[in-house]
Design a protein around this ligand. Structure first.
Ligand code: FES
Ligand SMILES: [Fe+2]
Length: 365
């Protein structure tokens, strides 16, 4: 795309839809990505972190900066469950506490007393490992007030779960809205599961609490395509929910007939203001053999993600190029405004004042 006459942004854009909710859990990586020998560098909300496994094998996260001379701790290695800096070998435990300074004579009765001094510890972050992911609580000054989102779908028997990570150029809010937005599917993903022609009026019940917002769609007919006919030969109803769970989870659930159930949960981790990683788990139960489903449905899912990635990037580039944003919405922009409202309240630590809502919206699909 080329906009020869568009004004160039002279300074970084202040984006209205950027939020930074620190007192919350975010997925840092998959459990399987974090081994015992090497630390892993990850950035969440602009904060560089070094992740590693402590002596018990539990995940640990510290600020990725050695308090000695500013070297990234993620360049080091893990020794007996302690993270050893690559420069002078200082070693830190899972809480970021300094445990060893090689070459420093121990003069006190305990090495702890010798090592303790202000500013020598690395800043530690609370972590949890759950359902195949490592989560980090991003406010080191506040003890976790809740547990991470429980990804129950991966524990359901007779479901196939596929996991995938995709990094997009979009704010956390734009990414969440994109995942949960219905009207774009007929255009950006035109023909894949909805078409431009609108024949059916359906109803969305939108419920907003302080923990998130959910849209339940009623009256959506079975899609016309071959895939839906194979999945549910007898017809059957489509039941569909789109959910946002504070502050970073987007979930889409479909039931087609009695045998087919698909739940896609994307745990979205903002890396910077305009880059977000979606950690997605898709769980499915179908009348078809799961291998068959994986073979045919996965290329379709990848195609959708690819198209969304292109649009999110284009949005971000346009805001950068113009230096300003425009947002105007109608009633069928169902969840985006609610998501932003809740995130802004959480950022201001004023979630208690968020207004709970229950509304019904008509839309054509
Ligand atoms: S910079 Fe890390 S030990 Fe010196
Ligand atoms: Fe999409």
């Amino acid at each position: 795309m080329n906009f020869p006459f568009a004004p160039q942004a002279v300074r970084p854009v202040t984006r209205k839809n950027v939020v930074r909710v620190l007192d919350a859990w975010y997925v840092a990586c998959r459990s399987s990505d974090l081994g015992r020998a090497r630390p892993l560098a990850r950035t969440i909300l602009g904060v560089p972190l070094a992740l590693f496994r402590d002596a018990r094998g539990l995940p640990a996260a510290v600020l990725d900066r050695c308090p000695h001379r500013n070297v990234p701790l993620s360049l080091g290695k893990v020794k007996n469950g302690e993270l050893q800096c690559a420069y002078h070998g200082w070693r830190f435990d899972g809480a970021g506490k300094l445990r060893a300074v090689p070459g420093l004579p121990i003069v006190d009765s305990t090495s702890e007393a010798t090592l303790a001094a202000p500013g020598r510890n690395a800043r530690g972050y609370a972590t949890r490992e759950q359902d195949g992911y490592v989560w980090v609580w991003m406010d080191p000054s506040v003890h976790p007030t809740a547990e991470p989102f429980a990804l129950e779908q991966v524990r359901w028997p007779s479901y196939l779960t596929v996991r995938q990570e995709v990094e997009v150029e979009g704010t956390l809010h734009s990414t969440l809205e994109n995942i949960l937005d219905v009207p774009h599917t007929a255009f950006l993903h035109g023909g894949l599961f909805r078409t431009e022609e609108k024949h059916h009026e359906i109803t969305a019940h939108v419920r907003r609490t302080r923990g998130g917002v959910e849209a339940q769609f009623v009256g959506e007919p079975r899609p016309p395509g071959l895939a839906a006919r194979i999945l549910s030969p007898s017809g059957g109803l489509v039941e569909h929910w789109d959910r946002f769970i504070m502050p970073s989870v987007a979930q889409v659930e479909y039931r087609l007939g009695s045998e087919n159930h698909i739940v896609t949960t994307s745990m979205c981790t903002p890396i910077t203001e305009t880059r977000t990683v979606m950690h997605t788990a898709l769980s499915v139960r179908t009348r078809l053999p799961v291998k068959f489903f994986a073979f045919f449905a996965m290329p379709f899912a990848f195609q959708i993600v690819k198209q969304d990635k292109v649009i999110l990037r284009a949005q971000t580039e346009v805001v950068d190029r113009f230096g300003t944003e425009t947002f105007s919405s109608t009633a069928i922009d169902l969840l985006g405004p609610h998501i932003l409202h809740l995130l802004k309240k959480a950022e201001a630590r004023d979630l208690d004042s968020a207004i709970v809502r229950d509304e019904t919206v008509k839309l054509m699909v």
